[in-house]
Design a protein around this ligand. Structure first.
Ligand SMILES: Nc1ncnc2c1ncn2[C@@H]1O[C@H](COP(=O)(O)OP(=O)(O)O)[C@@H](O)[C@H]1O
Ligand SMILES: [Mg+2]
Length: 386
């Protein structure tokens, strides 16, 4: 077995994190809370994780000197995003334990590899074709339209995706994406979207309750926990997640996004070898947050209890709400902070707001899910009115 030799790491040993965005920040917070030390490798001087790092190595992910320093300072290394260059992971792997391993990261970096991998485990995906060069368009069956053309790598929050309804639009879209390697996916009529967050270490696997996700313009808007879907769907999605981490011999936290069609079919969309935006609720509503769980799995500790002590609705706070009437000032937080006793505000200390940029999130907690959903709509209206 690949991971037989995984060592247990205890405080005050040091966790190295590649990447210093909001996921790195929230991982660093959990890590410092438990008395571990944190070293972050991240080129951006103002990255959100810097405030919670004992040391911030400001360098590119492929800088060998910086990678060597990260390895020297760390007892175990993990990542907060999937687009870490493969060469960086391979380089570090020779020096210190790195989890998750390169096999999972490399699959997650490429939508074609991801979908081929899901299908190899008999997990359904939407119909797709690789579009590597313009001639591939000739071999496509028209029944795939309406469809979405997506770059196979580097896409996130709906970026690098164009909807197309025929071959003419498809070839235009391929040009717009600079003829880079793409995947063409059939558009599914979605009933809902869900995600499963699952953690695994050397000796056990635990999954979180299934999360329901509502997207707006390709970006996660709201997550609802527990998901309002049938038990059969929950069992299928969790079964798929378990099959995926077992096949990968995975160590760490992994998230799988699923599409649920109107006839109740479960399709795997994509996976992320890390905690996920939809799992932010776990910081406030779960016995163990997804970030503490990542720490526990890469340190080979017993995995924490994933049950929730209340229902939750998580709302993303995007840069859009900082921009109303060209006013770049932040929203008046007092309006919501002084109105509700059941909300948890998380801001990531990003210096600049931009449309679509994730600036923070808000978690609403309580026992009545319908009330929380109504409250979320009320908060959106307050933001719009301000
Ligand atoms: N094949 C599809 N059918 C229907 N909706 C889709 C499809 N692909 C993407 N979407 C919508 O766009 C969102 C973002 O797409 P996704 O593939 O998850 O890329 P990203 O990496 O940007 O999250 C999805 O959550 C879903 O709402
Ligand atoms: Mg997605």
């Amino acid at each position: 077995m690949l991971n037989k030799e995984q060592k247990s790491i205890y405080p005050p040993q040091t966790i190295g994190i590649i990447g210093g965005g909001q996921l790195g920040r929230m991982l660093a917070i959990s890590t410092r809370q438990m008395g571990y030390k944190v070293v972050v490798l991240e080129p951006d001087v103002n990255a959100p994780a810097k405030y919670f790092a004992n040391e911030h190595i400001i360098a590119n992910y492929t800088d060998k000197l910086a990678l060597t320093k990260l390895a020297e300072l760390s007892d175990v290394i993990t990542t907060e995003f999937e687009n870490v260059p493969a060469e960086a992971i391979e380089f570090l792997d020779k020096l210190k334990p790195v989890y998750p391993k390169a096999n999972a990261i490399l699959i997650s970096q490429n939508r074609l590899k991801e979908k081929t991998f899901f299908n190899s485990l008999n997990i359904k995906t939407t119909q797709y074709y690789p579009i590597i060069n313009i001639d591939d368009i000739n071999n496509i069956d028209d029944s795939i339209f309406p469809a979405i053309l997506k770059t196979t790598t580097m896409g996130y929050d709906g970026k690098g995706q164009i909807k197309v309804i025929n071959k003419l639009e498809l070839s235009d879209a391929f040009n717009k994406l600079n003829n880079c390697e793409c995947i063409l996916e059939k558009m599914l009529e979605l009933n809902t979207e869900v995600s499963v967050i699952i953690a695994r270490n050397n000796f056990e696997t635990v999954a979180y309750p299934v999360i329901e996700n509502i997207h707006k313009n390709g970006i996660l808007d709201i997550s609802i926990i527990p998901a309002r879907v049938d038990n059969e769907i929950i069992a299928t999605a969790k079964g798929y997640a378990e099959a995926i981490v077992t096949k990968l011999d995975y160590i760490g936290v992994l998230t799988i996004e699923f599409f649920i069609s109107n006839d109740g079919e479960v399709y795997a969309n994509e996976m992320a070898p890390r905690p996920h935006n939809s799992g932010h609720y776990s910081i406030d509503a779960s016995l163990t947050s997804q970030f503490e769980q990542q720490l526990r799995s890469v340190c080979n500790l017993k995995l924490g209890d994933t049950s929730s002590h209340s229902c939750a609705v998580m709302m993303n706070i995007l840069g859009n709400i900082y921009h109303i009437d060209n006013d770049l000032s932040p929203p008046n937080w007092g309006i919501i902070l002084n109105k509700y006793a059941n909300i948890k505000l998380h801001l990531y200390e990003k210096e600049q707001a931009r449309t679509g940029r994730k600036m923070g999130h808000l978690t609403l907690l309580g026992n009545d899910l319908d009330n929380l959903i109504t409250q979320a709509h009320e908060i959106k209206q307050l933001w719009e009115k301000r």
